[in-house]
Design a protein around this ligand. Structure first.
Ligand code: SF4
Ligand code: SF4
Length: 390
């Protein structure tokens, strides 16, 4: 029987040079010497898709060795990055022109720089993308986390990516140990939903079937920001996994606290994947009520339950031919809120936002120890300065 391939996300580091307003990971970096090694990466299973992420993955100076090793076991690799280390990204792409690169851009120039807290962040990200296109890289694109501040930039940024012939991936605010955040919440849901509605209609109007399915994903984001049940089951930890910089294998990055199925530094993959701890995590996933809608958990579900998005696409394309557009009010909860049947406070309670929560950042004891004398920002800034001097 053919070996079953999985969908994996490798968090190669928790170090990050950005200062995003919706994520505090930059305050809680991992220690470089503890971060996932090539030996551990060699123990990963065969994958049909691998996402490499961070922190900022290009902070790792051995990122090329990691990618080289991962290509021995993965059919497709996409790296999520803030796009700051242009030279390193370009250099990697010269060796691996088939790789996917997603650069997070949080809006047009001013909005992006305000949210991301990186000087010249927009220009650097945009220039990196342009350079990659000029090099002939095919699988490159933008990634945007939509919130109140940048929602009006959603369609303009999509149009820009479209003009450049690039992919455009969206997300919205989530809370979890991974983002070291529990207070993220959309304040003006109708305004944000209206911008998603506009994007859905742009995507449905295109000639690309891939974009029609993206439209479904964005329809799901409207459902998510109103705190409703996921449109598709969540099967994380069954044929999908995340591994963190310490070799801990987890179902996803959306849980409040870190959920560990096993440790790949200490165990073999088969031992870990079939362990009682892994089974216990799977049971938790079955009754998880966080209802995340992030591409990492939705994309595998869209493939597995393809008839659901497919039927949605067929209905909405048919509507389009009769000149009727998608409306956010197709979602009952959006109508109920408009009609005053549900209050903002009630919707807030459906979200994962918890103003009183203590956030567990998922760091090891040694990584926590270094935060006693210095802030995460000081540690990472010194680290990058040392890398640049070498
Ligand atoms: S969202 Fe990404 S780039 Fe921004 S602080 Fe978090 S890890 Fe860094
Ligand atoms: S809904 Fe799925 S992705 Fe979100 S926390 Fe639960 S198990 Fe993880």
């Amino acid at each position: 029987m053919a070996e079953k391939k999985l969908n994996g996300t490798v968090i190669v580091t928790y170090r990050c040079n950005a200062r995003c307003s919706m994520c505090n990971r930059y305050k809680a970096p991992s220690k470089p010497e503890e971060e996932i090694s090539i030996e551990t990466i060699k123990k990963l299973p065969k994958m049909y898709f691998t996402n490499i992420t961070g922190g900022e993955p290009f902070i790792r100076t051995d990122i090329k060795d990691i990618v080289r090793e991962l290509y021995k076991k993965s059919d497709r690799i996409v790296i999520s990055t803030n796009g700051f280390f242009t030279d390193r990204i370009v250099d990697l792409c010269k060796e691996f022109p088939q790789i996917g690169i997603r650069i997070s851009i949080e809006g047009l120039e001013n909005t992006n720089n305000e949210i991301r807290g990186l000087e010249n962040g927009y220009q650097r990200g945009y220039q990196t993308l342009k350079t990659l296109r000029e090099m002939g890289m095919k699988d490159v694109g933008f990634g945007m986390t939509v919130q109140d501040k940048n929602a009006p930039d959603l369609v303009p940024l999509y149009k820009l990516s479209d003009e450049m012939g690039m992919e455009f991936a969206t997300a919205s605010l989530h809370n979890s140990f991974y983002f070291v955040e529990a207070k993220n919440i959309i304040k003006d849901r109708p305004m944000v939903a209206q911008n998603f509605e506009n994007l859905v209609n742009e995507l449905l109007a295109s000639k690309s079937p891939k974009k029609w399915f993206r439209a479904y994903f964005n329809h799901g984001l409207i459902n998510y920001i109103y705190g409703q049940k996921r449109l598709l089951p969540c099967d994380m930890s069954f044929d999908t996994f995340f591994i963190d910089p310490y070799g801990d294998v987890m179902p996803c990055n959306g849980t409040k606290d870190k959920e560990v199925m096993g440790n790949l530094n200490e165990q073999s993959w088969d031992e870990l994947w079939s362990s009682p701890e892994a089974e216990a995590v799977r049971k938790k996933v079955r009754c998880c009520d966080r209802d995340c809608w992030m591409i990492g958990s939705v994309s595998p579900a869209m493939h597995k339950y393809i008839w659901v998005p497919m039927w949605w696409v067929i209905r909405h394309k048919a509507k389009f031919w009769t000149k009727k557009k998608y409306s956010m009010y197709e979602n009952k909860i959006v109508r109920d809120f408009r009609d005053g049947k549900v209050s903002k406070e009630e919707l807030d309670k459906c979200s994962t936002c918890d103003m009183c929560a203590t956030v567990n950042n998922g760091l090891s004891a040694a990584s926590m120890e270094q935060l006693k004398d210095k802030t995460g920002e000081e540690i990472v800034d010194a680290d990058i300065a040392a890398q640049m001097n070498n």
